[in-house]
Design a protein around this ligand. Structure first.
Ligand SMILES: [Zn+2]
Length: 321
């Protein structure tokens, strides 16, 4: 079994094969699923170029299904030139007009429309300068968002021959985020409800903390024996998934506490974000990491204002006493 710490990351369940991503499935790689049935499907081609390029020559993939539009789950869509590309109906616009990515992921919110135009020029250029901390300028963004051939909806049931897959809506990570449940095999692909030590990610403009929590509860209630994460943790039993989920969601409360402690005296949102409570300011040199920090901190602060834990006065925020 590949990977570290004994995590099981590859397995076959009927016609469904779990393909481990490079680098222990750490971002920007993810677990992919091959459905090698009468209809051949690949879910989230983010495992890595080499493995997926080999797969492409071994199995004629009819359809590529993306659980959501984030880079690590669509990166190698472009390898599958002769396959149908489908994504949830809420995010299909990302593949019709790439500037939609700028609105959803937060570039427009944090840097404005003109910055998104500059980003589109950078990803169109295979030679653009890359950041060590995010795949923001990776040319795969450009290649893999060039078309969409269909959309699915939450609640859809897809039949591949011997394998049936249910699409479960799980918004919060992104607005259209979907988990894929295979009742016949007793497995569910939970993608970015991934239980990583970093904690839940809702750092796009379309992310939502409370929806993230309720979606985790929905998925924990799915009648599956095994939960397949998109990153790092691998394939987990129902018991381990539920136990890990509690630890994972507890990170949200710890982020609140950290932000509250920084707001013992009033700070503007920009000053608070500049302290780097979630990512750490050393990573802010990457415009995307700063963007994620900004949006996540803003969501925490707004949520705590609604809860009465933080008070807003004259454009600054302070912990309520
Ligand atoms: Zn994601």
């Amino acid at each position: 079994m590949p990977g570290t710490k004994g995590a099981q990351r590859e397995a076959v369940f009927g016609k469904v094969q779990v393909i481990s991503g490079e680098s222990g499935c750490r971002f920007p790689f993810c677990t992919s699923l091959l459905i090698d049935d009468e209809l051949k499907a690949l879910i989230d081609p983010g495992a890595g170029y080499q493995r997926l390029n080999e797969l492409k020559h071994e199995v004629p993939i009819d359809i590529v299904i993306n659980t959501h539009y984030h880079y690590d789950h669509i990166a190698y869509n472009h390898l599958f030139e002769s396959s149908r590309i489908v994504i949830n109906e809420k995010e299909a616009q990302c593949f019709r007009n790439r500037s939609s990515i700028g609105s959803l992921i937060g570039m427009e919110e944090v840097y404005g429309r003109a910055w998104v135009e500059g980003w589109l020029e950078r990803i169109a250029d295979p030679g653009a300068e890359q950041s060590p901390f995010s795949p923001q300028n990776n040319h795969n963004w450009w290649l893999s968002t060039s078309r969409v051939d269909g959309e699915y909806k939450w609640g859809d049931v897809m039949d591949f021959g011997k394998t049936v897959m249910h699409v479960i809506g799980a918004p919060g990570h992104s607005a259209g985020f979907s988990c894929m449940y295979f009742p016949g095999q007793g497995i569910v692909y939970v993608a970015d409800l991934d239980l990583t030590d970093f904690g839940p990610w809702y750092g796009g403009s379309d992310g939502d903390i409370d929806l993230f929590i309720s979606s985790c509860e929905t998925i924990a209630g799915v009648d599956a024996e095994l939960f397949i994460t998109g990153h790092e943790k691998g394939i987990l039993s129902r018991k381990d998934f539920r136990a890990g989920l509690k630890v994972f969601l507890d990170v949200i409360g710890r982020r609140d506490e950290k932000i509250l402690s920084l707001l013992s005296s009033p700070l503007s949102l920009e000053d608070l974000v500049g302290l780097g409570p979630i990512y750490g300011k050393r990573y802010h040199e990457d415009a995307w990491v700063y963007m994620w920090e900004f949006i996540m901190v803003k969501k925490h602060v707004r949520r705590m204002v609604v809860r009465g834990e933080v008070i807003e006065e004259n454009g600054r925020f302070v912990a309520a006493r």
